[in-house]
Write a protein that binds this ligand. Structure first.
Ligand code: URA
Length: 433
């Protein structure tokens, strides 16, 4: 078999076999296939796509390039959840304790933030003492004993995906639906859970800007999950404005706790409870969405979700006092209010711009090895649909930096305020199961 013939076959629009896909991925890993050949195949895939069968085969080839976590010693049906990335997306922090409280084991592998989107691992590490580098044995024991554990992704899961992603990043082939779907699903499958709930974000702050593309990505990932024996449900949810009111690390942890205390913003409560309900259904705790949703509402009302959050923080070495006293979380020293310069209605808040602004304030990374300032971030004091008067505060910026004028203008420009109120977007556009 030759790399050349596989590239030619895909360039001419034919379906590749399992042997050809495996040969290519193995060749990328052992160095027998050069980066320029891998890049050529990526471009051929970009233009000609992959069939569902090829996408599943590619996913498995990526999974087999590294370690596959064996979670078989965890009792029950293990569920995981993945978001394609957004701004202010603290849903994982809310759903892990809620789903665990329903008796479903949550074995969560999460990532760090990059660019305008945040990462769950960074958010949790804002909690003093919280460890996300649990060894495999502790991770498995915690899920067995407490029904939940969360760790950062280890380097030996799907190394071929890392290699391919770095090539895609420099060859303009990132935004190919089969390549994105196989990349995301390979990491989830290698992480060993039995079922996966995917939150595919769409809108200004998301990877996918158009609803039809987001739906296609969601369908492709659900197909991969099914063909590889993992029960998978995807929701396509709105990211045309940041989720909730807080964007950053300490402040997102604080807001997630607020939700578990029965407060918080309507959009994130609705999306979190929907995802938690599907996770609990896949995990076998409920057979009906309404029952699952009612349980989640009750778990918030009775404080059961909060109890599990306290437990999660404690078992991972964090300081549980942050629940009663969030001021223990790292805080920035400067808090700058941004005011509206006109009367009207907030018709949109460009989530990507807010994410970039939060990153520039220190809350995120522009490069992989940048350090995070846990106290930095942005608080929105208004959301889409709200009425504002000239001089009203629309957001507050938190930073330890000494200069913020550029960021202030990015945030101001992110708000579209008009005399006529437009209908805000739906929270969830589609559910694919
Ligand atoms: N996230 C991933 O993990 N992979 C992609 O290809 C795109 C987003």
């Amino acid at each position: 078999m030759r790399a050349y013939d596989i590239i030619l076959k895909k360039r001419n629009g034919y379906e590749l076999t399992k042997e050809e896909i495996d040969f290519f991925i193995e060749g990328i890993m052992d160095g027998s296939i050069q980066d320029y050949q891998a890049s050529a195949l990526l471009m051929a895939i970009y233009f000609n796509g992959l069939t569902n069968k090829e996408t599943s085969l590619l996913t498995m080839a990526l999974v087999n390039s590294g370690e596959i976590l064996d979670l078989s010693s965890i009792n029950g049906i293990k569920v995981d959840k993945h978001s394609t990335g957004g701004v202010g997306d603290k849903i994982s922090l809310i759903v892990i304790p809620l789903v665990a409280s329903a008796g479903v084991p949550v074995a969560k592998i999460s990532g760090r933030g990059l660019g305008h989107t945040g990462g769950t691992v960074d958010k949790l590490e804002a909690i003093p003492g919280f460890r996300t580098d649990l060894d495999k044995e502790t991770f498995i024991n915690n899920v067995n004993k407490y029904k939940m554990a969360i760790v950062g992704q280890t380097h030996n899961l799907t190394p071929a995906d890392k290699k391919l992603y770095s090539l895609r990043d420099v060859t303009a082939t990132v935004d190919s639906i089969p390549l994105i779907a196989s990349s995301i699903m390979s990491k989830k499958i290698a992480s060993g859970a039995d079922c996966i709930v995917l939150d595919v974000k769409v809108g200004s702050g998301a990877f996918m800007k158009k609803i039809d593309e987001a739906i296609l990505l969601a369908e492709t990932m659900v197909n991969i999950g099914k063909s590889l024996g993992k029960k998978t449900i995807a929701i396509v949810s709105d990211m045309n404005q940041p989720l909730g009111y807080e964007i950053g690390n300490s402040n997102e942890v604080r807001e997630a706790i607020e939700v578990l205390k029965g407060k918080g913003a309507e959009d994130e409560i609705y999306i979190a409870l929907t995802i938690a309900s599907y996770m609990a259904i896949l995990g076998g705790a409920f057979n009906d969405f309404d029952k699952a949703f009612k349980y989640m509402e009750k778990a918030i009302k009775t404080g059961e979700g909060l109890k599990y959050m306290r437990k999660l923080i404690t078992i991972q070495g964090g300081d549980p006092n942050i629940i009663d006293n969030p001021n223990i979380l790292p805080q920035a020293k400067n808090h700058i209010e941004i005011k509206s310069d006109k009367d009207g209605y907030i018709n949109s808040i460009n989530a990507e711009c807010i994410g970039v602004a939060a990153m520039l304030l220190g809350a995120g990374r522009s490069k992989k090895d940048d350090l995070i300032d846990y106290g930095a971030g942005i608080t929105l004091t208004k959301k889409v649909g709200d009425k504002v008067k000239k001089g009203d505060t629309i957001s507050i910026l938190h930073t330890n930096k000494e200069k913020w004028d550029d960021v202030k203008s990015i945030i101001k420009d992110a708000f579209n305020i008009d005399k006529i109120k437009i209908k805000p977007s739906k929270y969830i556009y589609k559910i694919i199961d």
